[in-house]
Design a protein around this ligand. Structure first.
Ligand code: SF4
Ligand code: SF4
Length: 415
């Protein structure tokens, strides 16, 4: 399909109502940030005339898309800001060790491919030490307060081929699985839980012919060309897959559905509707009776659901909540959809760490209160589809965060 040049989107639709300004989490904590209206449609009018008007404070945009959710006129404010960052705030502005840091944080396939191996326990242990954190803080500018997600000794893809592939042949109906980097390199149990749930629903699982990182971290860190290259590979593989291509991460899903065409110029209309989170696919099938899941009678868990920013932008949280509500013994609280503040790799950078934590404080307080109210008659966890929200919430509150797919898998009656 013909690739589009990235455009200035729909700035003329702006009604100047300022609703986007009221919801921007970055504007609330950072007076250097111009806010969505000024950074988006207002700024775009100037940038079109002269790129010199580009404001480097746009680097503070979290790409959370809360402005787009609030906009009554459908202005793609977040996309417009991302596009401007790619067009005018080019990678050439990133120099020295911070450039190396940004490349390292963004190159999830490269770093994950090397680390998710038998060296993982050593790498994990080293990254936990105060010395390593101090060195990373002082040299690359990765904030010393951050905890790093642990790497797995075995990639999910390897486990799948060795342990699960053969059994999938027994299923007549199949779905494809875009597992994402987190499940592949850091937490293969999430991929295993996906396979368990899909198999329990009566479907087999296939991996894509070739999967690359969706590219969201590359795009956010100024490596748009590389993100687009990976996007082309993913779309090509998705085109070859028959049927739905299911995911477990809200950010990867949003990236492939919305940002591939709007920000990277990669057309996806022919496959977009087939790319969806597991819950978006599963819930309607449970409701229609096409799929039946048997849940354990002895399952007890108190779950506070956090709607990640990209989940909120897609408007799919009700599919996940609908499934969680079907699990006997699961007590559900739905948290206010505050931003957690990490925004992928943004909050890992020492110059952003303070903003990241300030933004997240509303959510962290709400979670602490929910846990205090929940008591200890059953395990309390936070559920969310975004792995970076998980890292941020766990680091900031000490409370366990699970992907809803893993909760569903744990609640299944395997007998
Ligand atoms: S995407 Fe988020 S951080 Fe960026 S302007 Fe919109 S609301 Fe603000
Ligand atoms: S919410 Fe939409 S219409 Fe209102 S100022 Fe922001 S971009 Fe313009």
């Amino acid at each position: 399909m013909q690739e589009k040049s990235i455009s200035t989107a729909n700035l003329e639709q702006c009604l100047k109502c300022n609703l986007c300004t009221l919801v921007c989490p970055m504007l609330a904590v950072n007076e250097q940030y111009p806010g969505p209206k000024k950074a988006g449609p207002d700024g775009e009018r100037y940038r079109i005339k002269d790129p010199e008007y580009y404001d480097y404070a746009l680097k503070y945009c979290l790409n959370c898309k809360r402005c787009e959710v609030a906009c009554p006129s459908g202005v793609k404010i977040g996309d417009m800001i991302q596009t401007a960052r790619i067009k005018y705030g080019s990678q050439s502005k990133i120099r020295g060790l911070h450039g190396l840091r940004d490349w390292t944080l963004a190159s999830t396939d490269f770093v994950g491919g090397m680390t998710a191996s038998p060296i993982a326990p050593v790498a994990n242990a080293v990254l936990k030490t105060g010395v390593a954190k101090a060195v990373l803080h002082g040299t690359l500018g990765v904030d010393r307060h951050r905890t790093f997600p642990a790497y797995s000794s075995e990639k999910f893809e390897n486990w799948f081929r060795k342990e699960a592939l053969e059994a999938q042949a027994g299923f007549e109906k199949k779905v494809s699985f875009f597992h994402g980097c987190y499940a592949n390199y850091n937490y293969p149990q999430l991929g295993k839980d996906f396979v368990k749930v899909v198999n329990a629903a009566g479907y087999g699982v296939e991996l894509l012919e070739r999967e690359k990182c969706c590219g969201i971290a590359l795009m956010s860190n100024g490596f748009a060309a590389k993100a687009a290259k990976q996007g082309r590979i993913n779309l090509e593989s998705i085109r070859k897959a028959a049927g739905p291509v299911l995911t477990v991460s809200s950010s990867c899903t949003h990236m492939m559905r919305e940002e591939y065409p709007e920000v990277l110029g990669l057309p996806n209309e022919d496959v977009k509707d087939r790319i969806m989170l597991l819950s978006r696919w599963l819930y309607p099938r449970l409701e229609s009776g096409e799929v039946k899941l048997n849940f354990r009678k002895d399952f007890h868990m108190k779950v506070a659901y956090h709607t990640s920013c990209h989940m909120q932008r897609m408007g799919w949280q009700e599919f996940t909540l609908g499934i969680l509500r079907k699990i006997p013994g699961l007590e559900l609280t739905v948290l206010e959809p505050y931003c957690c503040g990490i925004s992928g790799t943004f909050g890992f950078k020492k110059e952003n760490y303070g903003y990241s934590q300030k933004i997240g404080e509303l959510l962290f307080s709400e979670i602490r209160e929910a846990k205090a109210k929940a008591g200890d008659s059953a395990p309390f966890v936070v559920a969310t589809e975004c792995e970076t929200c998980k890292w941020q919430i766990e680091m900031s509150t000490g409370i366990t965060v699970m992907n809803p797919v893993s909760i569903i898998a744990q609640a299944l009656d395997s007998e």
